[in-house]
Every structure is written in C-alpha cells, then in structure tokens.
Design a protein around this ligand. Structure first.
Ligand SMILES: CSC[C@@H](O)[C@@H](O)C(=O)COP(=O)(O)O
Length: 379
C-alpha cells in the first residue's frame, strides 16, 4: 500500500521504450507553455537538454539538478548509440571525454542554483568510481544511469521529508504567501516550499495560499497557481506589489519560499523579489520559512555575497505575453535572483529537519555534504 503523497504533476523523467528509435529519451514537461498548454517533450540529445534548461522549459533548482544528471546519462547513451549505428564501438576514453564535455556544457546553462553543479559533480564522481573497477563502456553507461535515477529518487524523498517538517509549522486556518514556483514543477517530487502546504492539506488543515505572480517570467501566475489549482489548494493570485498590503491587513500568517543556493551563514538566493518579501515580512512580524533540500546548500560559500546571480535577457522585462510594454531602447536590468540575508529568515527547512539561527552550525551539522568540488567544472 502506498499512502505517500503523490506529486500533482511529473516534471522530469527517463523514458525507456524498445519500440522507439532511439529507445531512450529524457522526458520534460515544457513549462514555458503552461498554463495554456500541457506539452511533454522527449529529448534525445544533450544540446536539447542544455537548451531546455537555459530557456526555462525546465526550471527550479532541484529540477535542473535532476535534469542535468539525466542529461549526462543521455549524452552517454546517445554517443554509444551513434557509434553503434555507424558500426563502430565507442572507446572508454571517448566515453569519458563525452561525459566531461557534456558536464561543462550543462554547467554553463544557469549559474545560480547550486543543485546543477552539485548533480553534475556527483555524476562525474560516480563515473570515476566505476572506471577504477572496470574498463567497460557498458558498465559506465549503467552506473551513470543508475546515479541519475538515484539523484531523482533522493530528491523526491527529500520533498516528502521537507513536507513533513514544514507542515509542523502550519497551523489549521493559516493563510500563507509564496513567491515564484517551488512546487512539484521545480523538483522531481512534491516540491520544496509547496511540499509543507500539500502535506498540511493532507493532514486536514484548512489553509489558503496567496501566490505572488513573480515578474518578469511569472512563475507564480503561470506555474504555482496552476499547480495549486490542480491540487485543489485554495489560492489567490496577486501581483508582486500587493503582498505588502495583504500583510498589513493581517491576511498572511507565514511565508514559504524555496532557494537556489544557501550559503554557510544561512543567506539564500532565490527568485528576484524574495528579498522584498522578506523585508516586508520582518516589518509585519510574519515568519519567513525557506524550504530547500541539502543539495541546495553550498557550504563552500561563507555568505550570500559570493553567489553568482544570473542576468537574463532584457526582453523578459520589456515584454509581457509577447507584447512590448516598454519604449524601444530604454535601459533594462534583469537579475533573475536576489539574496536574502539570514537575519530575515525565521527557519530553513531541509529533509534533515528545521534549522534556526545561528545557521553556521546547524546547516553544517544537518547537511554533511560538501560542494568543494563543484568548482572543478569551472576550470
Ligand atoms: C524548489 S525551487 C527553488 C527555487 O529554484 C525557485 O524558488 C526559483 O527561484 C526558481 O527560479 P527559476 O528561474 O524559475 O528557475
């Protein structure tokens, strides 16, 4: 009997179908088309995976980590397949080179979410470990694929745990606020920030969620509102600049957001606008909870000042729904993330538990993981 909460939607998955040519592909739900169209993609080339991450077909820190892991497995399967089609056998040296090159390609797609580099590094370490024992390309393919599946399964399990811990902070009758999308669409499970909400709902708690639209790419309006509606979680979509008013009116009792990177001191990078929400929350005495798996924690960085912030296409700001909303030639800034300092965060919830200030000790104890090697791909 499986009584576990199931994600309302599948975001990233692996296809194995002997009747298809080739028999393998990476499945993604194209998030750029939501909520108007639900289109599933089957990718068979690593370049398509890189494009999907860059253009936000798949997005959200844990989901892009899982996608990158599967992307490496896909690249290896693809090159073995191409060689077979030409009647050749792939050498181990070329297989290794393919893995490393693809890791570098995928590493460059998005800089802020550390889950991406973390997953790639873990995949390369798994590949290295099998190469010590064997010189068979088949064994390498199997090991790399297994690691990608393990990363996805661990992410799904982490979501369930974050849901349990986070739900303990939600009281029956509460009204919550969330920013961006940190739900099933951002992970390979229930989500991070939305997992406590799904769990609390399953526990029978009555709740209501205010959803920031999240300009400029509208992950709140397009994705979170869609996901919550599908899950029958009562929600109200608001524009970003309405959040303060709802807080002042006493309509919001807690805020749940995800993170793209958490540094050793508890500073977090998350979708642009999170910092403004955090400042407003403090002004109104409302707790701000950050929910993220340990794969989002970057202990190699001491503070949020060191987090690379992705600067995206100005066109995301100057147009809305395909329509220009700004005068031609106006200067535009488009940082995709901001940093919220730890003193504005009431607690950080991971799959290991609930960390509170001072984060320096608690995060280290909680997530005995190290991202020291992540930088090796930058060289
Ligand atoms: C569990 S997702 C956490 C974060 O990745 C999320 O809040 C976010 O900022 C996503 O940004 P995006 O640009 O859509 O990838």
């Amino acid at each position: 009997m499986d009584d576990q909460l199931q994600p309302p939607v599948r975001t990233v998955w692996w296809n194995e179908d002997p009747s298809a040519t080739p028999s393998f592909s990476l499945g993604l739900l194209d998030q750029t088309l939501l909520p108007q169209q639900v289109v599933e993609l089957s990718l068979t080339h690593e370049l398509a995976v890189a494009e999907a991450i860059t253009s936000l077909r798949v997005r959200g820190a844990p989901a892009i980590g899982v996608t990158a892991a599967f992307g490496l497995a896909l690249a290896l399967r693809r090159i073995v397949y191409d060689y077979e089609q030409q009647g050749h056998e792939l050498s181990l040296a070329l297989a290794q080179e393919q893995l490393f090159r693809t890791a570098q390609l995928l590493r460059q797609t998005r800089p802020t979410a550390v889950n991406l580099a973390w997953a790639l590094e873990r995949m390369l370490l798994a590949a290295q470990s099998v190469l010590v024992e064997t010189s068979s390309v088949a064994a390498l393919v199997e090991r790399v694929q297994m690691e990608a599946h393990t990363i996805a399964a661990e992410d799904a399990a982490a979501c369930l745990q974050m849901g349990r811990y986070g739900a303990s902070l939600i009281v029956d009758g509460m009204s919550l606020l969330t920013h961006c999308n940190a739900g099933a669409l951002a992970t390979s499970g229930l989500g991070s920030a939305l997992a406590p909400i799904y769990t609390a709902q399953r526990q029978g708690k009555q709740l209501h969620v205010y959803v920031d639209e999240t300009r400029p790419v509208l992950q709140g309006a397009r994705l979170t509102a869609w996901e919550l509606q599908r899950s029958q979680v009562p929600c109200t979509l608001i524009t970003d600049n309405m959040a303060g008013t709802f807080m002042r009116q006493g309509k919001i009792q807690a805020i749940f957001v995800g993170a793209d990177r958490i540094t050793a001191n508890g500073d977090i990078a998350n979708k642009i606008g999170t910092y403004s929400v955090a400042v407003l929350a403090q002004a109104h005495g409302i707790p701000l909870y950050v929910v993220a798996p340990c794969s989002t924690i970057d202990l190699a960085l001491e503070t949020g000042d060191g987090i690379p912030i992705e600067q995206r296409d100005p066109g995301e700001v100057s147009s809305l729904g395909g329509q220009m909303i700004a005068p031609l030639g106006v200067a535009i800034a488009n940082p995709a993330f901001d940093v919220t300092p730890h003193h504005l965060i009431s607690a950080i919830i991971t799959e290991k538990g609930i960390a509170r200030s001072p984060y320096v000790q608690t995060l280290q104890q909680m997530c005995a993981i190290s991202n020291e090697k992540v930088s090796s791909l930058d060289e």
